[in-house]
Design a protein around this ligand. Structure first.
Ligand SMILES: [Zn+2]
Length: 385
């Protein structure tokens, strides 16, 4: 059985004097509470290979024993990593995000992140391939990009966009801190999930871009001029449609015991980082990466360029919601819903992960459906904001 309990191992906080990497002894007792009995060299969850020798290793949780599954792949040299480890290592966060913060730190109230800034970020990065495609269209009007050229170009652009989102969120987590940071640092990608996550990320990039090509790509249409003034409205409608289907499947997988296996792997993290947005079982990936966005695109029409920008906004919000950045950081498009208590902010999905199977805050783009069906939870650190 793959479950949080099965993933939990005898992962113990490193003694400050120990500076060896974690090595599991096959004869060790894996669920022991007593670190003194562990016949293995433990390592702190916040270990950084760049840390100078002799420097004290920071704590990662207030609990006596850090029960999160081990994550040591990031300590390897890149030349010794598998392709999956290299891919996940691209999303390795700064060590400070995994450290427990001292009670004496006073950051004040979480700041409000302006939506316009995030729209500028998404539009200036997300529009790059569309603008380049348009320039090529103008420079060589006789040559229209076939699928074989356009598809890999947009997939690579989408990967580049996701990496920029990751960097932005991580840098803000370092600057502003993370939710619940005085109880526990953010989780790392567990060793056991690396391969699964790498396949999930790869599938996400190729399939979501593929949906836009399948439904809307026409090589004769100029990419830049295919936006219309109704796009912002259709983008909002698409996100809310996606969120409805997501809400239904998500709540069902939490509340119907026999469906929990679909979603269980995603909840092995209670304090995720942006890349863990994509950690999931195969069934969840089929639903979230393909079926739900496909249904949304079938209901709310888009041109290809609009569809690509919609992908950028969607992955941005999914990564934002899992980043844990300590700010009142709302959906860049659906932020007006915040005025009626239906907007989504980072803390909403962060709390969802902390609740685990017991649920609340099932929406991932808004709190519209949570409000309608009574499954909203009160915010804690951004209460009243
Ligand atoms: Zn969930």
């Amino acid at each position: 059985m793959t479950s949080a309990a099965a993933l939990v191992s005898g992962f113990t906080p490193r003694d400050n004097k120990v500076s060896q990497p974690y090595r599991r002894n096959s004869s060790s007792s894996v669920d022991s509470d007593d670190s003194s009995n562990a016949s293995e060299t433990p390592i702190s969850y916040a270990t950084d290979p760049e840390r100078p020798a002799g420097q004290p290793t920071p704590r990662t949780t207030k609990q006596k024993v850090d029960r999160r599954p081990p994550s040591t792949f990031h300590l390897k040299k890149r030349s010794e990593m598998s392709w999956a480890e290299r891919l996940c290592d691209l999303a390795t966060c700064p060590t400070t995000m995994h450290e427990l913060k001292d009670d004496s730190i006073d950051r004040g109230p979480p700041p409000i992140q302006p939506a316009w800034k995030e729209n500028v970020f998404v539009l200036t990065r997300g529009m790059v391939p569309i603008v380049l495609h348009q320039l090529a269209y103008w420079a060589f009007p006789q040559y229209k990009w076939p699928f074989a050229l356009a598809y890999p170009f947009y997939v690579l652009s989408f990967i580049g966009f996701a990496l920029q989102v990751m960097d932005r969120l991580s840098s803000h987590c370092v600057k502003l801190g993370t939710f619940d940071e005085k109880q526990i640092g953010r989780d790392r990608t567990p060793d056991k999930s690396v391969k699964h996550l790498a396949y999930g990320v790869t599938a996400y990039m190729f399939i979501r871009t593929g949906i836009a090509f399948w439904l809307d790509y026409d090589k004769n249409v100029e990419p830049l001029t295919s936006f219309t003034w109704t796009y912002p409205l259709r983008l909002a409608a698409w996100e809310l449609t996606l969120d409805y289907f997501f809400y239904v499947y998500h709540r069902a997988s939490h509340e119907i015991d026999s469906l929990w296996f679909i979603h269980q792997h995603h909840h092995t993290t209670k304090h995720p980082t942006a890349i863990l947005a994509i950690l999931a079982e195969e069934w969840q990936e089929v639903l979230e990466v393909f079926l739900i966005p496909f249904l949304s695109s079938a209901i709310v029409p888009m041109t290809f360029s609009e569809g690509y920008m919609t992908l950028c906004y969607t992955i941005y919000v999914e990564m934002m919601g899992h980043s844990g950045v300590r700010a009142h950081w709302c959906h860049p498009v659906l932020w007006p819903l915040e005025t009626v208590g239906m907007g989504l902010a980072v803390e909403d999905h962060d709390l969802h992960h902390r609740f685990g199977k017991s649920g609340k805050n099932y929406g991932k783009q808004s709190r519209v459906w949570d409000r309608v069906f009574g499954t909203c939870a009160e915010r804690i650190e951004t209460y009243g904001m």
